[in-house]
Design a protein around this ligand. Structure first.
Ligand SMILES: Nc1ncnc2c1ncn2[C@@H]1O[C@H](COP(=O)(O)OP(=O)(O)O)[C@@H](O)[C@H]1O
Ligand SMILES: [Mg+2]
Length: 231
């Protein structure tokens, strides 16, 4: 059975500024299987973050098609795109963006409550996920009382709260030291097996990329097999 989660065809994105018209994605194609882990590598400025933003519905492409599970993303209106973003996708960024005055469990529960789930079951679910990620003894700590690695693991828990099928991680270890980076790598690449999620990681971190099932290189606005002809 062809268990495809994501199918991207001819994706293009330009940024037009007064100074220039920058073609960042140029007819990019991508296929990703369900529960696959994929690392996207490439020079700074090559368009990795732009691609992840578009795949996650944070930004829109100029042209091209994105089928993600049962969603035809490029045709979605604002409301549907918001539902896609909060229900199908979980985001992890380089910086954790946790809310300073909220405890770990409140931060993790927030995206569930924002989708309309009541507070108590949201907190219960957040507690379970934090426990699963080894943070069961950090539930009531505010971010300032957590280590860098614990903050990023809390951000990963938050990404999982709405049971996304696709986790998009943009330089998730970029702000961590070696030990914390390793804990986050370990955790991220355990997600397909433990939570059934597909994961796409944009990274400079070769140690992170080698853990992925597959690696692609962003170059000239397209993706190519690592070590292959990048065009
Ligand atoms: N909102 C924007 N407006 C104008 N240019 C942008 C915008 N976002 C990104 N860019 C440019 O697009 C290119 C790709 O950026 P990005 O996707 O962040 O690359 P990467 O994540 O691979 O470093 C860069 O040249 C960047 O400056
Ligand atoms: Mg980037």
């Amino acid at each position: 059975m062809n268990d495809q989660l994501l199918s991207v065809r001819g994706l293009s994105k330009h940024f037009r500024t007064e100074a220039e018209d920058l073609a960042v994605l140029v007819g990019l194609d991508l296929e990703v299987a369900a529960r696959e882990s994929l690392a996207i590598m490439g020079a700074s400025g090559s368009g990795k973050s732009t691609l992840l933003s578009i795949l996650g519905g944070l930004d829109r492409a100029d042209s091209g098609e994105i089928r993600a599970g049962s969603w035809q993303v490029e045709g979605l209106g604002e409301r549907e795109l918001s539902a896609y973003r909060s229900g199908f996708v979980g985001f992890v960024f380089q910086f954790h963006y946790l809310i300073r005055d909220f405890s770990a469990v409140e931060n993790v529960a927030l995206p569930a409550m924002m989708r309309g789930e009541p507070r108590v079951p949201s907190l219960k679910k957040a507690t379970a996920i934090l426990g699963e990620l080894g943070l069961g003894d950090r539930l009531h700590h505010i971010p300032a009382k957590l280590s860098g690695g614990e903050r990023q693991r809390t951000a990963i828990a938050r990404a999982l709260i709405n049971s996304p099928q696709l986790v998009l991680a943009d330089e998730p270890t970029g702000n961590l030291d070696a030990v914390n980076g390793e804990a986050v790598r370990e955790l991220l690449f355990g997600l397909p097996r433990r939570f059934g999620t597909t994961i796409i990681v944009a990274t400079h971190d070769a140690g992170l990329a080698t853990r992925a099932d597959r690696r692609l290189l962003m170059s000239g606005g397209k993706l190519a097999a690592e070590g292959g002809d990048a065009g």
